[in-house]
Design a protein around this ligand. Sequence first.
Ligand SMILES: Cc1cc2nc3c(=O)[nH]c(=O)nc-3n(C[C@H](O)[C@H](O)[C@H](O)COP(=O)(O)OP(=O)(O)OC[C@H]3O[C@@H](n4cnc5c(N)ncnc54)[C@H](O)[C@@H]3O)c2cc1C
Length: 342
Amino acid sequence: MLEGSNRIGGRVKSVKFGGKPVEEGANRVIGKEGTRLWDVVQKYKVSGKKTDYDSVLIRNFRGLTGTEGENAWTKLEAAQMTVSEIYKRIEDKKTEDMSARTSLDIGRWSPVEKVVEIFDYDFEYGGSPGVTSCYSFGIPEESANDLYYIMDKSGIGVQKSGSVTFNPPLPDCKNDNLFRVRLENYVSVYFKFPNTSSRFWDNTKYILYADDRRGLFPVWQNLEVDGLFSPGTNILQMVTQGEDADRVSELTDADITGEVMAILRRVYTNVVDPEDVFITNWKSNPLYMGSFCNMDTLAFKPVIFEAIRAPVGNVFFAGDSKLLIGSLPVIQRGLRGAESTL
Ligand SMILES: Cc1cc2nc3c(=O)[nH]c(=O)nc-3n(C[C@H](O)[C@H](O)[C@H](O)COP(=O)(O)OP(=O)(O)OC[C@H]3O[C@@H](n4cnc5c(N)ncnc54)[C@H](O)[C@@H]3O)c2cc1C
């Protein structure tokens, strides 16, 4: 086995920050009983907490959004009913796949509260609805498990970058289809505020920030609210994805810190300086070149997945090549790929 870094685990990585383990990469287990990943969680007694997605509120720099935010959720939910109907029509071959943006538009959703949309789409899929296949939303976990493969286990970003070369070169159909997989970017900024200060942010699991510019550090996570960390730990995680994450990945840590602290100071009073900051940057790491995969609009076709996972001679392919539910199918496909090579 060849491993380019000095550790195993890839994009599943905890680091010690502010005296606590925080996740630099994957942190949510999607799907429980009957899945290989849940078996691993049980076997190794991995601790964690159930995420409460209803523990959420929306702020902009004028304050809490109140009814404006509630109306946006209601409107998005109605549009999502239409998205489900379109998904069904795609399944029944009554219409072709389309971008999530198009399906939301058909559902008469215009991004009034863009951050509500971001929470339901960008935060889950890494990319905005404009670049994400509508078909992605209907994949039941079981069929999602059938979409992957290995034995070149370097991630899709590394394969697309050309830093791993194949001799003879990979066939065109393999290459063309690999490029249909989007490697999205996801940047977390963790702040550790002094133990002597009081929490100045809201006491919900998620705080959504609705800036006039779409996607500017839209999702903040309070890691104390569900008991992951004890009260007074004073660690706040702020996340940005997609295009904004690409922009942020080019900045220095000092610039990012300045930008995010300015947002916090616009939203809250009594904001103190952090005593430590940790900023993730998977995009600039040559062993990853991005965070997790999303499927290009119109590329959600069995024939394309077939081409991506097909072996070339004795080279088997596995690993992350689709949605953020990544690590679950990665395990299934990794095991099957390993069995095929034996
Ligand atoms: C910020 C973030 C959040 C995520 N959140 C979730 C989540 O909540 N739930 C979830 O299920 N998934 C999540 N994911 C996705 C999940 O981490 C991946 O799907 C999964 O780790 C992919 O596993 P893999 O083995 O295919 O690739 P990787 O984990 O990327 O492992 C690839 C390995 O290959 C090595 N490598 C790369 N190039 C070379 C080379 N040229 N030579 C030798 N070795 C090389 C790397 O060092 C690495 O060890 C997240 C990812 C990120 C970055």
